[in-house]
Design a protein around this ligand. Sequence first.
Ligand SMILES: NC(=O)c1ccc[n+]([C@@H]2O[C@H](COP(=O)([O-])OP(=O)(O)OC[C@H]3O[C@@H](n4cnc5c(N)ncnc54)[C@H](OP(=O)(O)O)[C@@H]3O)[C@@H](O)[C@H]2O)c1
Length: 304
Amino acid sequence: MDAGSERTLVTGASGFIGRHVALEMGARGPVVGAALAHPDFSTGALPPRFEAARLDLADPAAIETLLDKTRPSRIVHLGAMSSQVECERDPARAEAVNVGGTAALATWAGRRGAGFFFFSTDLVFDGRRGGYREEDAPHPLSVYGRTKARAEEAARRAHPGAVVARVALAYGPTLGARESHSDWIVRTLRKGESITLFTDETRAPVAALDVARAVGLLLERGFAGTIHLAGPSALSRHAFGLEVARAYGLDAGLIRPASRVGQVPERQRDGSLVSSRATQLLGASFFRTPDDGLRQAALAARKS
Ligand SMILES: NC(=O)c1ccc[n+]([C@@H]2O[C@H](COP(=O)([O-])OP(=O)(O)OC[C@H]3O[C@@H](n4cnc5c(N)ncnc54)[C@H](OP(=O)(O)O)[C@@H]3O)[C@@H](O)[C@H]2O)c1
């Protein structure tokens, strides 16, 4: 790899959003993509200068070794135990991966003067009121949300220039091994199977493509601090499912409404994020609506 150009380490590069981010960062220089269970990037588009690496974020020594070997000038950290169910089942591992891994990466980046961009989540909020802004205090309901809130603090403590991006429910084309929420809905409805989605759980769905573009631009502009990356409309999961069905011409009758009440762990009622800080920096219409984003994704899927 060329020593002079900006090299990015993308953790979680095999993940749904990670594949989009790897492509985006690959347009700006060489990328090292790290993953744990899916370190084989043989399917789907990849940046031209891409190197794969295997990494367990629960192993601080392995993190240090990879960083010393690859010497990235910036780290985009998406790798995480991202399943709420798995985090509830194994909170100790969730803590080690989500908090310990973030702390180790941010500490290395802080010491070396490398950029650090951390992917957090709307699930750091309790969802009692919605419309969350960057200055609102986190109050997570789940193990996953708690580890992400603690990881945010660890990142800020270790690296004064860190970007902490809280990302809303992301959708869009699946590029690798890990499927997007919207593609799961499409695949299930195509098989003629029904799905159940909550009418009383609201998020502000965001196109993964827009998230990836935002990462590139915010790093380029030297942004530091906390920022929300979310779509312009707050929708229930059920309403989002109906939008998916409409965009792909699928049978919306297969989508059954349900209530989140009684779910364990307790789920947010309205975790919608407001991304006015991002739109001030990136443009008022930077984040496409779910209607536009899903129609574009459906069109691209028909062409491929
Ligand atoms: N998707 C969303 O709607 C959403 C919303 C808010 C925030 N986020 C956050 O955004 C980030 C990316 O989300 P995503 O949906 O793209 O995630 P994802 O598809 O679930 O992928 C998770 C990624 O983390 C890697 N990973 C998991 N455990 C690891 C470990 N112990 N060591 C190293 N890597 C590990 C996975 O690698 P393998 O594939 O090799 O296992 C994969 O690349 C995550 O931090 C997530 O918390 C996502």
